[in-house]
Structures are given as C-alpha cells and as structure tokens.
Ligand binder design. Structure first.
Ligand code: NAD
Ligand code: DAU
Length: 335
C-alpha cells in the first residue's frame, strides 16, 4: 500500500509514519511536508529510504499534490498549522494551510479516486463548562472558539461536502489533546517539561482550571489505522482515552516527577477565548474494536519527560525561539 502522509515531519504525523512502517510491512510512505517551524527533519531520521521518502512541499501546491496523488492508494492528512496561540496572531496562515490545503488535497483525491483520511480535532465542537457532565460525540454541533479551531471546522465541512457531492471516499477523526515524544516545545506539556529541565518555573495560563482530555500519540495513531481499515466512508469518529485532567493537575504531576512541590509554578497571562474543557465520548471508535493501550497518564508523562531529557539536540533551538516569543507576550499574574 502506498500512503501519502501530509504533515509527516510534525509531531503526530511522524509518530504515525514510525508506527506504520514498524507495524505494517506491506506499506510505503511518501511524506509531504512544507517543513515549517513545527517540522523537524530528525523526526524521520533513520527510516528505511526504500519505504519512506520525504517530499518538501506545500499542500496548497496544486501540481505537486496532483503528481503525488496519482501514485497513492491512501492519504492520511495531518498537515496543518496546529497551535491555537499562533492562530490569534496570524490567522491567514491557518486558513491557507488548513482550509485551502485540505481543499487542494481532496480535489486531487476525488480526481484520482484515492481513499482519504482527514485528521481533525475535538476543538471544532468548542468547549464544555467545567461542571457539565456532557462529552463530545459525533453529533455535537460545531462551535469553534479560536481561529485555529475555526479553520479545522471549515476543513471538516469541506471533506463532508466532497463526500456528498463528489463521492470522495473519506473518513474524519476528531481527537483530543495528544502527548508523547517529538511534540513541539510550543505546546503545554513539552513547554513545562523543558522549563523544568532548564531549572525554570512552569507557566500556567490564567487560573489553570482548564481541562484537556489527554491521549498518548500512539493510541491516537492506532485509532486512525482502525478507522482506515474498519470505518465507514463519510463517517466521523471521535478519538479519546478518558484522560481528563486540568492544567493544574498536569503541572503538579510534572513537578512531582522533578521532585518539586506540586504547586510551584507561575500564573501568566491567559489565552484570549481560552476553551474551558474538552471531553471525548469515544464510543464511535471503540465500536470498531480499537482501544487505548496507554491508560496510565502518570507513567506516560514520566516516559515523555525521559524522552525530552534524552534528546536535547532535538528541542534546544526550537525551545529558544518559542520561549523568547512567549516571554515577550506573557505577564506574570498574582497567585
Ligand atoms: P504539528 O504542528 O506538530 O505538525 C504539523 C506538520 O504539518 C508540520 O510538520 C508542518 O511542517 C506541516 N505543515 C504545516 N503547513 C503545511 C503546508 N501548508 N503544507 C505541508 N505541510 C504543512 O501538528 P500536530 O500536533 O502533529 O498535529 C497534526 C494534525 O493533528 C493537525 O491536523 C492537528 O489539527 C491535528 N490534531 C492535533 C492534536 C494535538 O493534540 N496535537 C489533537 C487532535 C488533532
Ligand atoms: O484538543 C486538541 C488540540 O489540542 C489540537 O487540535 C491542537 O492542535 C493542540 O495544540 C491542542 O490544543 P490546546 O490549545 O488544548 O493545546 P496547548 O498545548 O496549546 O494547551 C493545552 C492547555 O494548556 C490549554 O488549556 C492552554 C494551557 N497552556 C498552554 C501553554 C502553551 C498553559 O497553561 N501554559 C502554556 O504555556
């Protein structure tokens, strides 16, 4: 099977490529990635060149996409601008890569009749109140809060419209917050791990009561394979692992890993429009036979800390650039 993986040099996409090549011997992968600040060539280092090729290019490049689509049996579309904070400052990069890029890809997939899996996010549903017992399901109405989530919501709508109007053979998955190796230092968990490794304080936005539903990146990618193999064309599947924790609890646990007081961190400027809580009802994907294997979040966090501790060459430059931008914007709040 020849698989075109867009965004395969980023966090989730590169973990998908590694996992696919090691668990599915009958696969060959072409990664299409624009190698933005979020990509790292190291993410694909050491892979068999007979089975994995990196094409540095943009998903908005109509000719290139058409050429690669003609040689693919399956597309798994991860490529996106993925960070909420950046979308508040530079929304057009998000409409371009996330909306236009998706339309370029599904246009070509329709033309070449290639099976398409669209990677999306639970953020398209907006947020839940902290005391709301509800969780997101495939029937939850779309209500995105940030320019990033709005661009992902738009891309989901385009995929559905192409399924209905053009017979595109597509499935969509909306997953909750991923953690694990190779996540960019701009994101919450790596950022706090790297602060702690540098002997600095973790930095929590606002009150820190916001809840995220954490899932290990390998569980996400296994669910994606289950949907590709067993999902129904045109359907949306939600992926999550019952991993709800507020940001204060995550920072407390990381502090414990470093032998520090759980409550030792700085409150900093809140994110405008900050979503309060995400929570996934994953019944749609569990019904296909998938189940998460990384059920111990504390153990997963410890392994993730060890990965960052062992790979300073991977993150040092990215951290420096990211952290200096954050520090320019952030103000410390009283506790
Ligand atoms: P990431 O930022 O780590 O990686 C994104 C990759 O896409 C990068 O390698 C980047 O270079 C590439 N890219 C960006 N614009 C491109 C373009 N125009 N053309 C080609 N390549 C381009 O992101 P991630 O966290 O790995 O997320 C991957 C996907 O999963 C995204 O679609 C995101 O919306 C979705 N998602 C992420 C999470 C999460 O917790 N990180 C959860 C659910 C869904
Ligand atoms: O839910 C899925 C989404 O999860 C994905 O679609 C996004 O691509 C991914 O980035 C992630 O979005 P979040 O905004 O939830 O992730 P982030 O890591 O940016 O922040 C997680 C929480 O931590 C959020 O409540 C904001 C908070 N935060 C973040 C940073 C970077 C802090 O308190 N301090 C920080 O320094």
């Amino acid at each position: 099977m020849r698989i075109l993986v867009t965004g395969g040099a980023g966090f989730i996409g590169s973990n998908f490529v590694h996992r696919t090549l090691s668990t599915r011997p009958d696969t060959q992968v072409v990664v299409l990635d624009a190698m933005t600040y979020a990509a790292n060539p190291e993410n694909l280092a050491g892979l068999d060149p007979q089975r994995c090729r990196l094409v540095e290019g943009d998903v908005c490049d109509v000719e290139l996409v058409d050429e690669l689509m003609a040689e693919a049996d399956l597309v798994v579309h991860f490529a996106a601008e993925s960070h909420n904070d950046n979308s508040l400052h530079n929304p057009l990069a998000f409409t371009r890569s996330n909306v236009e890029g998706t339309v370029v890809l599904i246009n070509a997939a329709t033309r070449h009749d290639v099976r398409f899996h669209h990677i999306s996010t639970d953020e398209v549903f907006g947020d839940l109140a902290l005391d709301d017992p509800a969780r997101f399901t495939p029937d939850t109405p779309y209500n995105p809060s940030s320019p990033y989530s709005a661009s992902k919501a738009a891309s989901d709508h385009f995929v559905r419209a192409f399924v209905r109007s053009h017979g595109l053979r597509a499935t969509i998955s909306n997953c909750s917050n991923n953690y694990g190796p190779r996540q960019h230092p701009e994101k919450f968990i790596p950022r706090q791990i790297l602060n702690l490794l540098a002997g600095e304080e973790p930095r929590v936005y606002g009150t820190g009561e916001n809840v995220r539903d954490w899932i290990h990146v390998d569980d996400h990618n296994d669910a994606v394979w289950t949907i590709i193999e067993k999902g129904e064309i045109g359907q949306t599947y939600l992926i999550g692992a019952d991993g709800e924790h507020d940001n204060l609890a995550v920072v407390a646990e990381l502090n414990r890993v470093f032998g520090r007081e759980p409550g030792a961190f700085l409150h900093v400027t809140d994110r405008p429009g900050h979503d309060r809580r995400y929570a996934i009802d994953a019944s749609s994907t569990l019904a296909l036979g998938w189940e998460p294997r990384h059920r111990d979040f504390r153990a997963g966090l410890r392994e993730t800390v060890e990965w960052y501790r062992g790979n300073p060459g991977w993150w040092e430059r990215a951290r420096e650039a990211t952290e200096s931008a954050y520090r320019r914007r952030e103000v410390q709040l009283p506790k």
